[in-house]
Design a protein around this ligand. Structure first.
Ligand code: HDD
Length: 691
């Protein structure tokens, strides 16, 4: 009977061993070698599966429990390992070891979107998280920031409302990511304090081209504390080596269709190919006298400090040089905690920060299931750590001896007494609560100086280039046009915008086709501040091909020498050439050789690139004139304000795609690589109507 049973093993009956490695036998979680991973244990050939099949039960049981709750916000993220090097001596400001000049500290960084779930896309209009865990020799310091230096709210008690409003609507479960929907704008239009952040959110800051081309900010005012205990206020800034670069809205929308993982892939591939992303860490340092002299409160997270008022001093460099080995174990299980602070750095009284100090520790317990989440390798400090906290679920350490309390005198009996507090090395809160603001009555109140919600929103808007202002106005129009049922919301938002800038409000009202509503009453009248260059992306872009991709469209008949010359030029400028052809197998070039493509035309649209080259022969161009994807490829490159370098023979395709001559449209060798390092924002009025 048994002889007649065919064993379906899926691999011709061979055992599952890695060649040449006798130890690599598949086992259960308890180490028992497994003989058959293809068939469950049955009673007879066609009979029921048996309960005693512990191999099957363990496998399915574990599988059933693979998922953990996703993060309430910032669920979709990408992580990488790296190193931070302190490059300047700031021992006068802080005793933190991580800032000792020359000190190198291991880091783990997680970038994220905010609103979407873990399986959502990379390119919605959304704030990006920029969280850095420094494994310092004095414990972990987490700088849990965003790519925008201000926030929507001033007090943590409003955070659940903000997040409920922006995430998918409670009854219908959509939209999955992005803020263009009723409940977000209902809430935002009722919260004037969010106006400054909304200006940033509606700008191209929320459409970063890559994680590598965005700034990061600690947002809150923190403190640095030196060896004498003297505290200074500080704001932290990350400045990307590649400069700032964003996409534009139409491009971001199309990127979503082209590649859900656009930014995750970009980060992974950059590190994989040795193009290690880099940021400089900068600080703005100021004292109480400066804080007192400002019209805004430095404890208000809806305000920034203009770099023109307090310049950013560069004190270190971060390089991401290693991808994760396992996404779940590292990127998913990493637990950032603003409470992770080290001696020499301290919190301020910012009420948003103070609320965060509770939330993150709390959420990690629900996400990771145990108070021992700090023992997971990605979260564990790299320095020795120990205390008398004991036991709990998933305890993986085995503390020895009887010392689980303190004080103890076990050492006097020759037993291990355990660690002791160190007033000298230990973290000490900078200033005890001695100021008048920190004593007095217990009040649910906001300080009067938090009341100006519009001056910095105006500052931001007026610091942008004309194109950037048009993008902001158009984004407001787009987002508010998606408010479906709540008619009262767009006028209420525009009424707020009149406090920011009358021209902006008019453009948005006009774009929506509504009457300009009366100006909303401001809690405090805004004032004009001096425009700040640092707030504009366009003024802080780098003309470089480094870190950027150039799509090169070829077809049968493409001139081999011309193609090689473009590739060499792009390589020479540290760009990444990517060949696109109608067939992924490649094209037959003019010299009879075959050139494989990196991407097939229909699946590799031009929005994936920073610039494009169209290297076609007469014959190839004739074929592609009949291919919608080719016409769209060129049309989008033009519409997305990218450089287009083309062979003479490609001209009919450019004509069909509506390409008009400008500085960004070049021959193949005639300035193409220089042009490819830029975006041609001047072209925009030719290709779309902006608000
Ligand atoms: Fe938060 C995650 C950034 C305010 C509560 N936040 C989270 C992450 C980033 C930020 C980057 C993802 C970390 C990661 O990659 O794992 N959050 C900010 C910034 C804020 C801010 C820059 C304002 C300046 N957050 C904020 C407030 C609260 C929270 C006011 C609650 C009172 N944030 C959370 C959280 C999350 C979180 C619910 C979700 C997952 C997690 O913490 O680990 O606790």
């Amino acid at each position: 009977m048994t002889d007649s049973i065919t064993r379906i093993t899926g691999n011709g009956g061979e055992t599952h061993q890695h060649a040449g490695d006798d130890d690599a036998v598949l086992t259960t979680n308890h180490g028992v070698p497994i003989s058959d991973n293809q068939n469950s244990l049955k009673s007879g050939e066609r009979g029921p599966t048996l309960l005693e099949d512990f191999v099957l039960r363990e496998k399915i049981f574990h599988f059933d429990h693979e998922r953990i709750p996703e993060r309430i916000v910032h669920a979709r993220g990408s992580g990488a390992h790296g190193v931070f090097e302190a490059t300047d001596d700031i021992s006068d400001l802080t005793r933190a070891a991580v800032f000792t000049k020359g000190e190198k500290t291991e880091v783990f960084v997680r970038f994220s979107t905010v609103a979407g779930g873990a399986g959502s896309v990379d390119t919605p209009r959304d704030v990006r998280g920029f969280a850095v865990k420094f494994y310092t020799r004095e414990g972990n310091w987490d700088l849990v920031g965003n790519n925008i230096p201000v926030f929507f709210i001033q007090d943590a008690i409003k955070f659940p409302d903000l997040v409920h409003a922006v995430k998918m609507e409670a009854d219908r479960g959509y939209p999955q990511a992005g803020s263009a929907h009723d409940t977000f704008w209902d809430w935002a239009s009722l919260m004037p304090e969010s106006t400054h952040m909304l200006m940033w959110a509606m700008s191209d800051r929320t459409l970063p081209r890559s994680f590598r081309t965005m700034e990061g900010f600690g947002v809150h005012t923190f403190k640095l504390v030196n060896a004498e205990g003297k505290a200074s206020f500080v704001k932290f800034h990350w400045k990307p080596k590649l400069g700032l670069q964003s996409t534009i809205w139409d491009e971001a929308l199309k990127l979503q269709a082209a590649d859900n993982d656009y930014q995750r892939r970009d980060l992974f591939e950059a590190i994989d190919t040795g193009a290690f992303p880099e940021w400089e860490l900068g600080i703005q340092v100021f004292d109480q006298a400066f804080a007192d002299a400002q019209p805004y409160d430095v404890l208000d997270a809806t305000k920034l400090i203009p770099e023109e008022d307090v310049p950013v001093r560069i004190i270190g460099r971060m390089t991401l040089n290693r991808n994760v080995d396992n996404f779940f174990a590292e990127t998913e299980q990493v637990a950032f905690l603003p409470t992770n602070i080290v001696p020499g750095i301290d919190f301020s009284n910012d009420p948003l920060l103070q609320g965060r100090l509770f939330s993150y520790l709390d959420t990690q317990k629900s996400r990771l299931g145990t108070t021992n989440f700090h023992q997971i390798p990605i979260n564990a400090p790299r320095c020795p750590f120990g205390n008398f906290q004991r036991d709990g679920m998933m305890q993986t350490q085995v503390p020895k001896g009887r010392a689980n309390y303190e004080p103890n005198s076990l050492a006097a009996h020759g037993e291990e007494g355990g660690p002791r507090e160190s007033p000298v090395r230990g973290f000490a809160t900078a200033n005890a609560a001695t100021g008048p603001d920190e004593t007095g009555d217990k009040l649910r109140i906001r300080a009067e100086r938090f009341a100006d919600h519009y001056s910095q929103a105006r500052l931001f808007y007026r610091s942008q280039t004309e194109n950037e202002q048009a993008h902001i106005a158009s984004s407001f129009v787009f987002e508010l046009s998606k408010v479906g049922l709540l008619d009262q919301v767009p006028p209420r938002m525009v009424a707020n915008l009149r406090n920011v800038d009358e021209d902006l409000a008019k453009r948005v009202a006009d774009g929506l086709g509504i009457d300009l509503p009366p100006k909303a009453e401001a809690a405090r009248e805004p004032v004009d501040m001096n425009p700040s260059e640092a707030l504009s992306i366009h003024r802080n872009m780098k003309e470089t091909l480094e870190g950027r991709a150039v799509g090169i469209l070829i077809a049968d008949g493409t001139d081999a020498a011309a193609l090689d010359a473009v590739i060499a030029a792009v390589d020479g400028a540290k760009g990444k050439p990517v060949i696109v052809a109608p067939k992924v197998g490649g094209a037959t070039l003019s010299d009879g050789s075959t050139r494989k493509a990196d991407g097939q035309l229909a699946g590799t649209p031009s929005q994936l690139f920073d610039a494009v080259a169209v290297v076609l022969s007469d014959e190839g161009c004739k074929t592609l004139l009949k291919e919608g994807a080719a016409v769209q490829w060129v049309m989008d490159a033009f519409g997305h304000l990218k450089a287009i370098g083309a062979s003479d023979a490609a001209q009919p395709l450019l004509d069909k795609a509506g390409v008009e001559a400008d500085d960004g449209v070049t021959g193949l060798d005639d300035g193409f690589v220089e042009a490819a390092a830029r975006r041609f924002y001047d072209r925009e009025p030719k290709v779309r109507m902006l608000a």
